[in-house]
Structure formats: structure tokens, C-alpha cells
Design a binder for this molecule. Sequence first.
Ligand code: ADP
Length: 298
Amino acid sequence: TVVIVGSLNMDLVVRAPRHPQPGETIIGSDFQTFPGGKGANQAVAVARLGGRVRMIGRVGQDAFGEALLATVARDGVDTTFIRRDPEAPTGVALITLDAAGQNTIVVASGANWRVSAQDVQAAEAAFEGADVLLMQLECPLDAVEAATDLAHRYGLRVVLNPAPARELPATLLARVDYLLPNQHELTLLAGGETDREAAIRAVQAMGARHLVVTLGEEGALLALNGQREHLPAYKVTVVDTVAAGDAFAGAFALALAEGKSVREAAIWGNAAGAIAVTRPGAQPSMPRRDELLQFLAE
Ligand code: ADP
């Protein structure tokens, strides 16, 4: 069982011939809504792969909140510990795609930013009998820290995908078992260091022992204490790289929860990420267990 503390967002996407200037109105088209939020995407990734997943988070008492609860529940995510915020709206991401496919995104975190340490403590039952805690940084750090406390008390391993990128206190880094940054997040965690090995050493010096750095089409790098191993990516035809990192994180956490080694877990992550980039969308592109196993066997 995987416990996730994280975000649920509704992505509101429009196409436009170009991005508007300040004060300008232009006519767009093809409005669509997609369930998103890194927490929810990763929860769906775990559930699709056949894992049990309990999600702690918040949505508003509005239609988007209703819709998000329904979609993650349909994929098998346990929503018992997701609260309906009485005041804040459900988190949304306003996404504009121009003719060249470039996007601009504004996220209004809404209820996600009201997930509190108290919410996590009230959801203590979620940690009982669970194996891995998986988190991102779209909820307040207080909640992340409180969940880490409970994970340690109940013997869960802690996996943190530090996205969106920000610097983190050493006190937290030292209590995370596996840190899963992409290259950009690694640089930011290391205070701007762009050399990969130097950045890994800097983050390890702050207290994080084990890093699994995702490298897009280059795969992933295991950095366990002083040990390094590069796991190349699977060769696939890329359609849409959205949520590749979420697919990786979900598969990695589930593999650990099932007792697989870190190396095997990273291979699962690579495979799930590779499958996800061959399909459009975030949650819809997450692979099912039989697909992943077949992909690994080929
Ligand atoms: P993020 O989505 O957070 O930016 P990455 O771009 O590092 O993260 O992608 C996460 C993982 O998805 C990679 O480690 C890899 O396993 C897989 N992946 C991403 N892009 C590709 C690609 N072009 N081909 C194969 N696998 C990919």
C-alpha cells in the first residue's frame, strides 16, 4: 500500500493562435478539462499498476472537486482521506496552447494549499499497514513534514518527488529515503549547481542519502550514497511528455511497496515513464500492470 499526500487540480486547456499580450483578448478554441495535479496523477499511476493507494489531500466543495474525486476513485484510488474544503475552491491550472504547441500555465492552488499538518494527523489511519509514503511539493511543506513524521512512526519508506522545484530544509532531506528530482529540480535543490555530479553531492551533503534523478530521454541515474548507476531510457516514439515524471514516481513507489529493490523500482519507473510519453494526457496515459509487465518482458 502506498500513501500519497498531494495535489488534485483540474486542468483547463484552450488552444489559441498565439499567446495574448497584457490587456488583450483573443479568440481561442477547443476548450477541454483534464483531471491533473501531481498528487492525483501519481495516485492514478499506482492504482493503474494494481497497487493499493490512499490519498490525503483537499478539493473544494465545487463541481471540479466532485469531478476529480470521481475520476481518481474510478481508477481505484481510496479517497477516504481527501477533504472537501469549506472555503477554498478546487485547484485549477489554466493552460493556453499556441499554434506551435508551446504552453503557458497559471496554477491557482486553491484547496491544495490548505492541506495542513492537522489534515495529515487526522488521516493517521491511512498510514497503518502501509509500506511507502509518496509526496510532491504542490501542498504546503508543513503537511509534507507531518506526513514524514507519521511515516517514520509507522515504518513506511519516504519517497519525495521535489516538484515543482524549490530548495528544501536539510532537516527534511535527511528524513527522506528516496529523493526523485528531474535534472531541473536537482539543480534548484543544489542552489543552482548545474553540474550533475556536483549537484548530487551537494544535495547528499545536506542529508539526502539516496537520489534517483530522472533524465527524460536519457532514463534515470541511481545515486545511492557514493554508488552511481545509469539506467538508460527505453526507446519509444514520443507523443506527449506530460506527466512522465508522475508515471515514473508512481511506478517506483509501488515497486518499493511490493518489496522490489531500488534498482528494480527505477526500472519500473523508466518503463512507466516511457509508456506514458507514447500517449497524450496525464492520467489517461498511465499504464496498466499487464502493459508494464509485457513492456518489461520485450
Ligand atoms: P519530468 O516529467 O518530471 O520532467 P523526466 O523528463 O525526467 O521527468 O521524465 C521522467 C521519466 O520518464 C524518465 O526518467 C524516463 O524514464 C521517462 N521518459 C521521459 N521522456 C522519455 C523519452 N523521450 N523516452 C523514453 N522515456 C522517457
